[in-house]
Write a protein that binds this ligand. Structure first.
Ligand code: CUA
Length: 330
């Protein structure tokens, strides 16, 4: 009985890894799907081989007749130890090699540059007309289009991986790697840094939203020509600038134009803050401002513990306001 319960719990836990927005097996993109198929074929082949080996071992241990002649044993070793593995591995190799050109096919005209940093992602949409749209820690993609990711790193090696869509690809300082992904269904997915990059490696996640192509184009257009913020002043904006936040962060329409940290212009639209680790709400933003390095050890941003809870809440409220309604600063 207890063993039955344990086995059930164990298999439930194992199967839980097969679905969800960060699963490589519950696929939402072409590249992930073909690699997923390869995985299932390899798994099936391994199971067949495992069963065969186990059956042969059992047979060998229970065999009570005279031992085989040297010749028969040599033949068995040749067949099971060399010929069968060669055939099995060759079949799997051909299967894998046939995928390579598929996975390396060039992308369409949509290009997204993603730069890994300790411990967040700088995201820049590079449009065919030469214009750029900046974001951070969130990537939006049109369904059914092959999008090219241009991957670089600022400080140490990171790795870009959105398991339901495909990948992964290392981001190496001084190098540019390219990865093409074609999402097949809409939805929200989660990516993660897949290369140990420091104390907060595990806290370097990425939100990915796959949209219908029309909705995506409309969204991108709205990002390209941002509505000018209405005139006026807000306490949060004043505090943000007075505390030097603008030296590292950009908030379009204000004097804040720093390039060191994430662009915070459309923060209100992102599902999470701090690279996918906290739900995006005023309380979490305020807490992150004052306790940055407790929440994210090793982050370059210092904890602004000298700010009062009221002041950090006021900055958080301002950053949470939809960008179009954000007040211009004095
Ligand atoms: Cu970046 Cu691990």
């Amino acid at each position: 009985r207890p063993w039955g319960g344990l086995a059930a719990a164990g298999s439930a836990l194992a199967l839980a890894g097969c679905s969800g927005r960060q699963s490589a097996l519950d696929t939402a993109g072409y590249e992930a799907r073909v690699v997923g198929e390869l995985f299932w074929w390899m798994l099936a082949a391994s199971v067949v081989i495992w069963v065969l080996v186990m059956a042969l071992s059992l047979y060998a241990t229970r065999r009570r007749r005279e031992p085989w002649s040297g010749r028969a044993a040599a033949r068995l070793i040749l067949i099971c130890g060399a010929i069968l593995p060669t055939i099995a591995l060759a079949v799997l190799l051909v299967f894998g090699l046939r995928l390579m050109p598929v996975l390396r096919a060039p992308g369409e005209d949509l290009r997204i540059a993603v730069e890994g940093q300790q411990f967040w992602w700088r995201v820049t949409y590079e449009l065919p007309d030469g214009s750029r749209v900046s974001s951070a820690n969130e990537v939006r993609l049109p369904r059914g289009r092959r999008t090219e990711f241009v991957l670089t790193a600022q400080d140490v090696i990171h790795s870009f991986w959105v398991p339901p869509l495909g990948g992964k690809m290392d981001m190496i300082p001084g190098m540019t790697n390219r990865l093409v992904l074609e999402p097949e269904r809409t939805g929200r997915f989660r990516g993660a840094c897949a290369e140990f990059c420091g104390a907060s490696h595990a806290l370097m996640a990425l939100d990915v939203e796959v949209m219908e192509p029309d909705a995506f184009e409309a969204w991108l257009r709205s990002r390209r020509d941002p509505a000018p913020p209405p005139p006026g002043a807000q306490e949060g904006a004043t505090l943000f600038l007075a505390n030097g936040c603008g030296a590292c962060h950009t908030v379009a329409g204000t004097p804040a134009a720093g390039r060191i940290g994430p662009d915070l212009t459309h923060l209100s639209e992102r599902p999470s803050i701090a690279a996918g680790i906290l739900p995006n709400d005023v309380d979490n933003i305020a807490r992150f401002i004052r306790h940055t390095r407790d929440i994210k050890p090793g982050a370059r941003m210092p904890s602004f513990a000298m700010l009062s809870p009221e002041d950090s809440a006021s900055i958080a409220r301002w950053l949470s306001a939809p960008a179009g309604t954000r007040m211009e600063t004095p």
